[in-house]
Design a protein around this ligand. Sequence first.
Ligand SMILES: [Zn+2]
Length: 143
Amino acid sequence: MSEERTTMSGFEPTPTPETAPFWDATSRGELAVQFCTACARYYFYPRPQCPNCGSVHVEWRATTGRARLVSYVINYRPLPPFDPRTPLIVALVELAEGPRMMTNIVGVAPDPDHLPLDLELSVTFVAQGAVQLPVFEPAAAAA
Ligand SMILES: [Zn+2]
């Protein structure tokens, strides 16, 4: 078994030409998604054409970083590089600007009693390899 496999490295996202603006924004502490100037809608994941109307007139815009909890699972046995002793909340959130994204919820006990649907969330960032990964925490905790 190679050293690379035993250390489980290489799990961090690798920026590509289409996703580099997203990772550049997270490195500045901003959550940015693409905005279509033709139909005035935000979308995610990164694509060169608007998924709503097909326009190529799109640009990157910083979001408010506000979101609400749409759905989640609690993984009680996450694989490395995550700590297998610490439950991981894997969530689908909806940004205030509209797009939904998969992420993790931090800053709250991994307990359904603390994770009501529609919970108001605020983005925060954790280092993962060379990138800053956007995750969310309860908005009250971020205040
Ligand atoms: Zn559009």
